[in-house]
Design a protein. Structure first.
Length: 90
């Protein structure tokens, strides 16, 4: 007499566990997609930091070669990182 009740509870618990696993798997995939998107944007952020360094030298009296070289190197590194990460994460 109790067999159908036990069977239906076991079936419900199996479905519940499968649903939880699927939801957790989907959430992990979302985290991975978000990290890939952020990694693709890292090169652009580095490039913008270099541009910010060069813009700051235009508005201040700090126009030494070291500051200008640091801005240029940061822009070049940002450009190369952008190319490398876009090829790696596609």
């Amino acid at each position: 007499m109790n067999f159908p009740i036990i069977f239906s509870l076991k079936n419900f618990s199996d479905r519940f566990i499968i649903t939880l696993f699927a939801a957790e798997n989907k959430q992990n995939k979302l985290k991975i997609d978000t990290m890939n998107t952020l990694m693709k944007s890292l090169g652009v952020v580095i490039l913008l930091v270099g541009v910010g360094i060069l813009i700051s030298t235009a508005f201040t009296d700090l126009r030494s070669n070291t500051v200008l070289s640091a801005g240029l190197i940061t822009i070049i590194v940002g450009f190369l990182v952008h190319i490398f990460l876009n090829k790696k994460f596609e």
